[in-house]
Ligand binder design. Structure first.
Ligand SMILES: [Fe+2]
Length: 266
């Protein structure tokens, strides 16, 4: 039986529903993305959100989002991005505490989906834009992979543990990428690593692992850039269809860019 995952990333929601980030009304762009998801009628899909749910960890934003996602909440998995406030997010979304005692605030998940396993890894370093995995998180990831080695697995992690061929974006990705790859290289069940954070679509193969990043539901950055530049393309989400050990995926974008972001002035 095929399983469907919808990944949302980088929502950047504010307390005030009318407020904007760089002139982008992020609640409105999210609303349009959710409308497209509803129209597609994918059946019983699994929702995964890879970070930056709020622009600055605002409780009100989390509470409104939890209401908006009410129909999908029983199958909604979350990992925090650099803009999120972990304890507030955990509180509002009723998320489990991480199993690593070393990182009591981190938010991870390990859940079955049919024959598959979905593992979410918290790559946030509180107060910093870039991410990293602590020794405790790497140990937890290794033990999850070792105990579920028969299940084809997808890892979700906000900060990409791979280059996206963009100088500035790579500088704010996962810092200890080699430690991550050394951890997972013994586990051939890992089929894909799916990230957010960089607000752009990217895909590459490393070994047998499909490495993906996904557009934000808010505003986008230009792929392949030396410095951060807004990209005038519409928001979107990622669809992952899991079939007999294989991942098929596509990015779905809104049909038009209704709210172009204000250009960053250096
Ligand atoms: Fe973001």
């Amino acid at each position: 039986m095929n399983r469907v995952i919808i990944q949302l990333s980088d929502l950047h929601l504010l307390s005030d529903i009318e407020s904007t980030v760089r002139e982008v009304p992020t609640w409105r762009t999210l609303s349009e993305v959710l409308s497209v998801i509803r129209q597609r009628d994918e059946g019983e899909f699994q929702l995964v959100i890879t970070g930056d749910l709020a622009q600055a960890g605002e409780r009100v934003a989390y509470e409104r989002l939890a209401e908006w996602l009410q129909e999908w909440r029983p199958r909604c998995l979350v990992v925090p991005g650099n803009h999120d406030h972990r304890s507030t997010l955990r509180d509002v979304f009723d998320l489990p505490r991480a199993s690593s005692a070393e990182d009591p605030d981190s938010i991870c998940f390990s859940e079955p989906l049919g024959e598959w396993r979905l593992i979410g890894v918290d790559s946030q370093i509180p107060g910093e834009v870039g991410g990293a995995l602590s020794a405790g998180q790497l140990e937890w990831l290794e033990s999850e992979l070792a105990s579920q080695s028969q299940q084809p697995t997808i890892l979700f992690m906000p900060h990409p543990p791979f280059s996206v061929d963009s100088t500035w974006a790579d500088a704010i990705g996962l810092a200890n990428q080699e430690a991550f790859w050394q951890t997972i290289e013994r586990f051939p069940q890992v089929r894909s690593v799916v990230s957010g954070h960089v607000h752009q679509q990217y895909s590459a193969i490393r070994g047998d692992v499909l490495c993906l990043t996904t557009p934000a539901t808010s505003f986008q950055f230009k792929p392949g850039s030396e410095s951060a530049q807004f990209d005038p393309v519409s928001p979107g989400f990622r669809l992952l269809v899991l079939r007999e050990g294989r991942v098929d995926t596509e990015v779905v974008r809104l049909p038009r860019l209704a709210f172009p972001p204000r250009v960053v002035e250096n």
